[in-house]
Design a protein around this ligand. Structure first.
Ligand code: 2PG
Ligand code: MG
Length: 419
């Protein structure tokens, strides 16, 4: 049996320049490393990201989380078998002992959980995606369809667009590499158009690498992207997705959209109209994080893929509630919302048992770690969102998928149904 010899965490910086936790695990097979991302539009039911709230890094330091890994977690994991992911995660959950991982911090716990998965795959001498396939009992791996966020708004950009993400989904591309080629072409063509119409500053990018043009109406980005797709002749291959992240403009009893107050019912009508006008197939968080009811209404009234992010927080009890209410037909899978690999796998597995789609997701604050690429392939989740085809921390994931594609794993596009 391969044993964990040492566990060591450190504070590194994420793509926004804020501290985050990286963890190294040593076994006789060598060193395995993982780091955790961080969100900006976080759901209130997410596991707790432990920050120092001290002077350093304007309160955002993670020294307490690092210390928790280097003391409590390191002591408990030493001597353990890293191939036994479920046991390791159970131990981490028990060590913390809270419902939302607020004692040790979900950032501390997840860094150890993921480094352990990498150590487990090294111990078995298999690739990470194969190790994940095994522990998640996935029959056949697939290469996911990417959802690339090419126009950024909301909390991820300094413009006035209320919707957070406008994504292209090359579902009918021939392969993942073809999907990436098409997406890169659309991205660069869109850049030309934005520059011509609004000037060079409109091509500045937001947190996830998408452009952040000075637009303020919800429809305009959809028009611009649709025009670009048609211009390039890709209207058959490429569909559109949005992450509205509606909690970010929910003001207690009303939504504030384009500077005006509006209601959930009016928003719902607007989404129905969007679905009729544009090649829109997917919408995430169309309403704020407690409105299971309007999610369900949109689900009944359209053929859209309705993804729950802030609504679900990768949390099994919330996913079950959404399933009861028919609020969604897709789960956004973010490991740091729940804090261990095993719990994320359980969330994905439950969603699949309800015949939902699963989209594996990055966070807006990312690192160069490409773990989610293997996660998506190993669980055959079918979709991944990792930002624009631009910026190293986003490409780290897409480029890993290009490597995994070389193994002859099937592209998920052909069998993907959105509704
Ligand atoms: C989202 C994510 C990722 P954040 O809302 O889906 O795109 O953003 O990481 O800021 O929560
Ligand atoms: Mg979201």
């Amino acid at each position: 049996m391969v044993k964990i010899l040492a566990v060591k965490a450190r504070s590194i910086l994420d793509s926004r320049g804020n501290p985050t936790v990286e963890c190294d695990i040593k076994t006789e097979k060598g060193l395995s490393r993982a780091s955790v991302p961080s969100g900006a539009s976080t759901g209130s039911h997410e596991a707790v990201e432990l920050r120092d709230n001290a002077k350093a890094y304007l309160g955002k330091g993670v020294e307490r989380a690092v210390k928790n890994v280097n003391t409590i977690i390191a002591r408990a994991l030493k001597g353990k078998d890293p191939t036994r992911q479920e046991e390791i995660d159970k131990l981490l959950i028990e060590l913390d002992g809270t419902a939302n991982k607020s004692k040790l911090g979900a950032n501390a716990i997840l860094s150890a959980s993921l480094a352990c998965a990498r150590a487990g795959s090294a111990a078995k001498g298999v690739e990470l995606f194969e190790h994940i396939q095994k522990i998640s009992s996935t029959k056949k791996c697939t290469i996911p369809v990417p959802a690339l966020n090419i126009i950024n708004g909301g909390k991820h950009a300094g413009n006035k667009i209320d919707v957070q993400e406008y994504m292209i989904i090359p579902v009918k591309a021939k392969s993942f590499s073809h999907a990436l080629q098409i997406s890169s072409e659309i991205y660069h063509k869109l850049k030309e158009t934005l520059k011509l119409r609004f000037g060079a500053s409109a091509t500045n990018v937001g947190d996830e690498g998408g452009f952040a043009p000075p637009l303020d109406c919800i429809e305009e980005p959809l028009e611009l992207i649709t025009d670009t797709i048609i211009k390039l002749g890709y209207w058959k291959e490429v569909k559109l997705g949005m992450d509205v992240a509606a909690t970010s403009f929910w003001k207690g009893n009303k939504y504030l959209v384009e500077g005006k107050e509006t209601t959930a019912d009016l928003l719902l009508e607007r989404y129905e109209e969007l679905a009729k006008t544009f090649p829109l197939v997917s919408i995430e968080d169309p309403f704020y994080e407690e409105d299971f009811e309007h999610f369900a209404q949109l689900h009944t009234k359209t053929d859209l893929q309705i993804i729950g992010d802030d609504l679900l927080c990768t949390n099994l009890s919330r996913i079950k509630k959404a399933a009861e209410h028919h609020s969604c037909n897709a789960l956004l899978l973010k490991m740091n919302q729940i804090g261990t690999l095993s719990e994320a796998l359980a969330a994905a597995s439950y969603a699949k048992s309800r015949h939902w789609n699963v989209m594996v997701s990055h966070r807006s604050g990312e690192t160069e770690d490409n773990f989610i690429a293997d996660l998506c392939v190993g669980t055959a989740s079918g979709q991944i969102k990792a930002g624009a085809p631009c910026r190293g921390e986003r490409l780290a994931k897409y480029n890993q998928l290009l490597r995994l594609e070389e193994k002859g794993i099937k592209y998920a596009g052909k069998n993907l149904r959105f509704s």
